[in-house]
Design a protein around this ligand. Structure first.
Ligand code: AMP
Ligand code: MG
Length: 366
């Protein structure tokens, strides 16, 4: 199963309230067969593309780690068709998990709950908790329902690299390491799910995502703690590496992009600039006087998130020396974007020991 390049099969489903078109149904059946045989299928979700295997098949799950070059200490998120399937995988279903999933499922929220006996240890990296999510993408829920089993699915890219938001990104990153790619078009949210630890009375956000700290605070009627700003230790979310989600091109986030772009340009570097204020006079002046590739980015965090990885993937193909990124606003709606950009700009550190070629940050311009 592992040597041929994978087929990429389109799976349009224009009206999810009706049955899928015949070709889509056939593609789903093919995916079910690959998964049931222990293979890997790349699937579209509303966050990013996932690399899926049957979650209750430890050998199949092992192939995910190999294909990604992922550390075995980094647990996987298990995707379910509905809350009933989620409960069947949990030893306990805490009231706060019920409250959060009743409001945000299906959707880009992952709850961490006590692990039930059906979940193999390899999925949870030996831990006693399991991360569960019911995706909004109707195609994945249909696939899981047809299969009758949950899917373990991290992002469908080599470890530490940019997450894929199109089928083409998956093909470029994984190639023959995946057996089949279902092409559902570009992902809507474009950024990974919000991960929430529900094992204590007060939930804690382990990874910011499309559902924000404010969304959760409003639901629960009290402020919600976020462990994302440094507090996340290995015990709580083992997979949080400082450098992650990174393009190959060195990336830096700055409050003074015009100055940095000018500095880099003076030293002859080829520059990409993710710019929040394309019409500012300083931006226009630089765009006119350097070869910097200026990419205007949306001022709305959702729109920004949906475009971020695709933009970085595109810039990565242009052999630039550095990507300069305007620091996003401090407002809570931007938490997930700030988190991903921080990780993308971190240089490889001691905790980044996955079998991938993580490395290299921008050197000083001067
Ligand atoms: P990804 O690697 O993008 O699939 O993201 C998975 C995220 O979920 C990582 O940040 C993991 O650390 C986190 N995660 C998965 N399972 C657990 C768990 N049982 N407890 C805490 N965090 C988890
Ligand atoms: Mg990932």
């Amino acid at each position: 199963m592992e040597h041929a390049l994978p087929d990429t099969v389109p799976v349009p489903w224009p009206d999810p309230s009706a049955e899928p078109p015949e070709a889509t149904r056939a593609a789903l059946e093919r995916a079910v067969a690959v998964l049931a045989a222990g293979g890997l299928v790349a699937i579209p979700t509303e966050t990013v593309y996932g690399l899926a295997a049957v979650a209750v098949d430890p050998l199949a799950v092992g192939r995910i780690f190999t294909a990604k070059g992922r550390q075995s200490t980094n647990p996987l998120i298990v995707h379910v068709a509905d809350t009933a399937m989620a409960k069947s995988l949990a030893a306990e279903w805490p009231p706060v998990a019920e409250q959060i999933t009743a409001r945000f499922w299906p959707g880009p929220v992952t709850v961490v709950v006590p692990r039930g006996p059906r979940v193999p240890e390899i999925v949870t990296a030996g831990g006693e908790t399991v991360a569960l999510r019911c995706p909004a993408h109707p195609l994945v829920r249909r696939l899981i329902a047809m299969l009758g089993a949950p899917l373990a699915a991290p992002s469908a890219n080599r470890s530490l690299r940019l997450s894929p938001t199109t089928a083409g990104h998956v093909y470029e990153s994984l190639g023959a390491r995946v057996d089949l790619i279902l092409d559902g078009g570009p992902c809507a949210a474009g950024i990974e799910s919000t991960v929430i630890d529900c094992t204590a009375t007060d939930p804690v956000i382990l990874r910011p995502g499309p559902v924000t700290v404010d969304d959760l605070g409003r639901l629960l009627g009290r402020p919600v703690e976020s462990a994302a700003d440094g507090g996340t230790g290995p015990a709580r979310s083992p997979g949080r590496l400082r450098r992650h989600y990174a393009p190959r091109t060195p990336l830096e986030v700055t409050d003074d992009a015009p100055r940095r772009v000018r500095q880099w340009a003076r030293s002859g570097r080829r520059i990409g600039w993710l710019c929040l204020d394309p019409d500012a006079p300083a931006t226009r002046a630089i765009a006119g006087s350097t070869d910097a590739v200026v990419v205007p980015m949306p001022a709305d965090p959702r729109a920004y998130g949906s475009r971020l990885y695709a933009t970085l993937h595109a810039l990565d193909r242009r052999s630039l020396d550095v990507i300069v990124v305007d620091a996003p606003p401090e407002a809570p709606g931007w938490d997930a974007i700030r988190d991903r950009l921080e990780r993308a700009s971190a240089t490889a550190g001691e905790d980044d020991t996955a079998g991938d070629d993580a490395g290299g940050g921008a050197e000083a311009a001067e």
